[in-house]
Design a protein around this ligand. Structure first.
Ligand code: FES
Ligand code: FES
Length: 164
């Protein structure tokens, strides 16, 4: 077994110290070691977007990121997007617009949308479509998802879609 490497990071604003194997993906570390199972694994090779998390504010595929790469950095998973109580504006808009069915793609969609709205608070519909083009949904169809993100952007309490 290869030597483990010590890392420290902030995950959803909580300090984390761990010893990880060099081959571990960030997705496996989040799900297996930290039990943050909101991050879903679909294709496991960078195609579906279900595993998307924020790394220092940027949306990344956690199946293509190694756990050692988060050393000294900040990770936010879908669990970290929710306010202490209730749902974020973005999450409320997903519910209101029926932007999910099975929900498998939803964590990745929410994280990708959050990153978009943090960078571009008032995106054009085409920008929303472009932003989620790397996230695959097999059941809902994309129109309600785009509608939900558009509604979150227009919401008066929305700060990057994250306000409670
Ligand atoms: S599981 Fe990472 S992109 Fe599909
Ligand atoms: S809601 Fe089922 S894959 Fe998107």
């Amino acid at each position: 077994m290869p030597d483990k490497i010590s890392i420290t990071a902030f995950v959803n604003d909580a300090p984390v110290s761990a010893s990880v194997e060099p081959r571990w993906t960030l997705a496996d570390f989040l799900r297996g070691a930290l039990r943050l199972t909101g991050t879903h694994l679909g294709c496991e090779h960078g195609v579906c977007g279900a595993c998307t998390v924020l790394l220092d504010g940027a949306a990344v595929r956690s199946c293509l990121t190694l756990a050692v790469q988060i050393n000294g950095r900040r990770v936010v998973t879908v669990e970290g997007l929710s306010p202490p109580r209730g749902l974020s504006v973005l999450q409320q808009c997903f519910r209101r617009h029926h932007a999910l069915q099975c929900g498998f793609c939803t964590p990745g969609m929410l994280v990708t949308a959050h990153a978009l709205l943090a960078e571009t608070p008032c995106p054009a519909r085409e920008q929303i479509v472009d932003a989620i083009s790397g996230n695959l949904c097999r059941c809902t169809g994309y129109i309600p998802i785009v509608d939900a993100i558009e509604a979150a952007a227009a919401h008066p309490r929305s700060a990057g879609g994250s306000a409670s």
